[in-house]
Every structure is written in structure tokens, then in C-alpha cells.
Design a protein around this ligand. Structure first.
Ligand SMILES: Cc1ncc(COP(=O)(O)O)c(C=O)c1O
Length: 447
């Protein structure tokens, strides 16, 4: 079987139906494109053809567009609005912080300490933290910390693992084999310090560590595999990496920006039982307000600002940032973690993801389509007969776009991210039933 394709005529039909349903989004998109480059704001939905939805408001598991259409949100801001849009507990915490501190406060406030305590309660590997503004900043910073601590320059990452768009780790970050696609702004010799290895082969990692002896500062990975587990790591690989990095005196970094507070409250490291030296956090950790963080071993983290009292502020690293530890992010983040502690959001999202994957596989089997879904904790990934290599990337993206367009046409529509679906902790069984009906309609467009 091959990747299903739409005829030009069918494509025009689907686009016409979408234009009829979303005329105001169409106009707002035309206006926006006069001023903002395509990836300008926001980054992801702008990929949607013929144009993205423009949203008027959001609540719980739902989005409402400017034309008044309702959507079940399976994008949830890439997992950020994990306990639902405008979650009351988070909103209350933000209001309180706003009353106290105003819109921003580049001064010390107790909130950051409380947020850090909360994180450490659930991530025993983290003994000290540096707070930044995004996941991308966290993954860039973690490499600087590893280099400053070890005095070595090379970083090992894995093919297809995504760590943001920064100049340290964005090589081969779209999918395995994508190489320098989308990184023309970064000089090629920059990658001399990056070793990009195929995942799941511990022998190859050991060879790289031997060939580059005393040059590798850290091994960085998405701990469940590329695309937040869309390309899973084989069981035991993370433990083998832990042993190997210890043996060769190299730091092990888990990028838990997407997995933290999602696969378990203590992230992938909790479910895997593997303790990294350093961890990157982000996405929902600020309760929906932008933030990121790097935390880990006390000795390693001490390079961020010297501990020598005579030179208190002059560490080997000096990562400034006007918005770091923004009080609203700290307040929202604390409220978010406290909600996770109280509620059964994580288990609910995992159960709903499993229901969705099962339902999709039943539909595609019935329709005899070469499309499958698999749930990794609360994220559902799509595959085309298990394939997703770069030789097929255009066709896969084309297919994926059409499915996403078809899903938006449902009533209610369903919003998903390219290639995968993020389940929120407030998704109900009824939401899943309605979504499956929309998936069936979307798949049938290909029949
Ligand atoms: C694993 C991982 N690391 C880092 C990032 C970058 O985070 P941000 O978008 O907050 O810059 C992402 C974003 O998708 C991610 O999934």
C-alpha cells in the first residue's frame, strides 16, 4: 500500500468547504500575511493550508474560531494547556500575582523559589535550577552548561530528536535524515561540534565516545524518542546510555520539555527509572506562560554564576534574560503542578489517548487504509504503514495536511498538530467519540 493521495478535484472540494465554514479566518489570514512572515506568529498552525484558523476564544478542551465554529482541541498549544484552556486554578494564581507584582518584575520574588521547590519535589535528579524563557533557550543553555563544566566541546544528539531551533542542536531536528533542512542561517562548520547518531544502537554511541575521547561534553536526547516518542526508543536504551555516559565521564541530558509533567508528574525519568545529570523543562511547566528551565546536579549547575563569594555574579556562564523567572509564569507554574498533584489529569489523558488510537486503528482497518495510530502515554502519533522517512516527507506532510483539513470540517471540528495529537487532562470520553466521528469523515475523503 502507498500513501493515499487526493485528486485535484477532491482537494478543491475540501478547500471550498473549508472556505465556506471559515470566511473570517480567511480574511484575517490575508491581512496578517501583509505584515507577518509565514512562521511569524504563531509557529505551528500557520503551516495549515489553505490558511490557518483564527481563534476567538478558548475554554477547557474547546476552541472557538472567529466564525463561531467549535473545535475539540487536540493540539492544546503543543501540550502546554494540558489541564485545559483558562484552567480556573491557574487563572486565580495569575490574577493574584498580577495584583501583587504587576505585569513583570525583574526583581527577586519568593515565587521563583517556590516554583523550584515544587519542581524538585517531583524531579529528584534536580538539585539546582536556572530559569529561562522557553524550551529552546533551555536546550541551548544546557549545552553551554555541559561545555563549561566539562571543558569539552562536542555534543552527541540523536537523529530526528527535536530540541528547538537553536544553533547548537537544530541539526537533523525535523525528522531523521532532515540534516540541515531549515538551518541555512547556521554556518556548516557550527555542526563540527555536534555528533548526530542513529538512535537505539548503543554500540554506535560507544564507538563515537571512543573516537572522540575526552572531547564529548554531553549526550542529549528526547528520553522517549524523536517527536516525543513518535519514533520510540527501544526498551533499555536510556539505561544503557546512563551506564555508558558514566563510564566515559560524559553528562547525560534529558530534554523533558515535551515529556515533563506529562508522561508522569516526574516526567520520563520517573517512568524510565533513569537519573540524568541535567534536565530541560518547559512547555506546561509555566502553566501556559512562556518559560523554560535547566536543572540538575549541583556541581554541574554551579557553573551558572560562580559560587566563589568574592566573585558572586561572575560565573563561567552568565545567561542573562530580562524576562527570566517571570512572576506570572512562576505563579501559573506552581498552580499547574499543584493541580496535577490533586487531580487525575495525567491518567485521564493517557486513557483518552489510548481510546483515540484504538478507535482510529479500527476506522482505518475498516476503510482498508494504510494509516495507523499509536499512543505513547498521552500523545497519539500517526504513521503510514510505520514509515516516515525523509524521502516521503512531502507526501506525508501533504497527506497529513489533508487529514487536518478534513478534521476541521467536522461539527465540532477537531484541531491537531502535524503528525501527532496531544491529549489534554480534561478531554472527556464524549470528546473522543465525537473526534472519532470527525476522523472517520476525514479519512473517508480519501475513499
Ligand atoms: C523536546 C523539545 N525540546 C525543546 C523544544 C523547544 O521548546 P520551545 O518551543 O518552548 O522553545 C520543543 C518544542 O517543541 C520540544 O518538543
Amino acid at each position: 500500500m502507498s500513501i493515499p493521495k487526493l485528486s485535484d478535484e477532491k482537494y478543491r472540494e475540501v478547500v471550498a468547504a473549508y472556505e465556506k465554514k471559515t470566511p473570517k479566518s480567511k480574511l484575517l489570514n490575508l491581512e496578517s500575511r501583509k505584515y507577518i512572515v509565514p512562521m511569524g506568529a504563531p509557529a505551528y498552525m500557520i503551516w495549515h493550508r489553505p490558511y490557518p484558523l483564527f481563534i476567538d476564544n478558548a475554554k477547557g478542551s474547546k476552541l472557538y474560531d472567529v466564525d463561531g465554529n467549535e473545535y475539540i482541541d487536540m493540539f492544546i498549544d503543543q501540550g502546554i494547556s494540558y489541564i485545559g484552556h483558562k484552567a480556573p486554578a491557574i487563572r486565580k494564581a495569575i490574577d493574584k500575582a498580577l495584583d501583587k507584582y504587576g505585569f513583570h518584575l525583574e526583581m527577586c520574588a519568593e515565587l521563583a523559589t517556590k516554583w523550584a521547590q515544587k519542581v524538585m519535589q517531583h524531579y529528584p535528579s534536580i538539585k539546582k535550577i536556572k530559569i529561562v524563557n522557553s524550551g529552546n533557550e533551555a536546550t541551548e543553555l544546557v549545552c553551554q552548561i555541559a561545555r563549561a563544566f566539562t571543558g569539552k566541546t562536542k555534543i552527541i544528539k540523536f537523529a530526528g530528536h527535536h530540541h528547538g531551533w537553536n544553533g547548537v542542536l537544530s541539526y537533523d531536528a525535523l525528522a531523521a535524515g532532515s540534516g540541515t533542512l531549515f538551518t541555512l542561517g547556521i554556518p556548516n562548520n557550527h555542526w563540527d561540534n555536534l555528533i548526530n547518531l542513529p538512535p537505539n544502537d548503543i554500540g554506535i554511541v560507544e564507538k563515537a565516545l571512543i573516537d572522540n575521547r575526552d572531547q564529548v561534553a554531553a549526550v542529549v536526547l528526547e528520553p522517549l524518542g524523536a517527536s516525543t516518542g513518535g519514533k520510540p526508543l527501544i526498551e533499555g536504551f536510556q539505561k544503557q546510555l546512563r551506564e555508558l555516559t558514566t563510564k566515559y565521564n560524559v553528562l547525560l541530558v534529558f530534554d523533558e520539555v515535551a515529556t515533563g509533567f506529562r508522561v508522569a508528574i516526574g516526567g520520563a525519568q520517573q517512568v524510565l527509572g533513569v537519573t540524568p545529570d541535567l534536565t530541560c523543562l518547559g512547555k506546561p511547566a509555566g502553566g501556559g506562560i512562556p518559560m523554560g528551565a535547566v536543572g540538575g546536579r549541583e556541581d554541574v549547575m554551579s557553573v551558572v554564576g560562580a559560587l566563589d563569594p568574592k566573585a558572586e555574579h561572575f560565573g563561567p556562564l552568565f545567561p542573562m534574560g530580562s524576562f527570566c523567572a517571570h512572576p506570572l509564569a512562576m505563579a501559573a507554574g506552581i498552580a499547574f503542578i499543584e493541580e496535577l498533584e490533586k487531580g487525575d489529569y495525567i491518567q485521564n489523558s493517557i486513557d483518552r489517548a489510548s481510546d483515540l488510537a484504538k478507535g482510529i486503528n479500527e476506522i482505518t482497518a475498516r476503510l482498508k487504509m494504510d494509516v495507523s495510530a499509536h499512543a505513547i502515554y498521552s500523545i497519539v502519533h500517526f504513521g503510514l504503514n510505520g514509515k516516515f522517512d525523509m524521502s516521503q516527507v512531502i507526501e506525508v506532510f501533504e497527506f497529513d495536511l489533508m487529514i487536518r483539513l478534513g478534521l476541521l470540517l467536522g461539527n465540532p471540528g477537531v484541531v491537531v498538530l502535524p503528525g501527532h495529537v496531544y491529549m489534554s487532562g480534561v478531554m472527556t470520553e464524549k470528546d473522543i467519540q465525537k473526534s472519532l466521528a470527525a476522523f472517520e469523515t476525514a479519512f473517508k475523503i480519501y475513499k
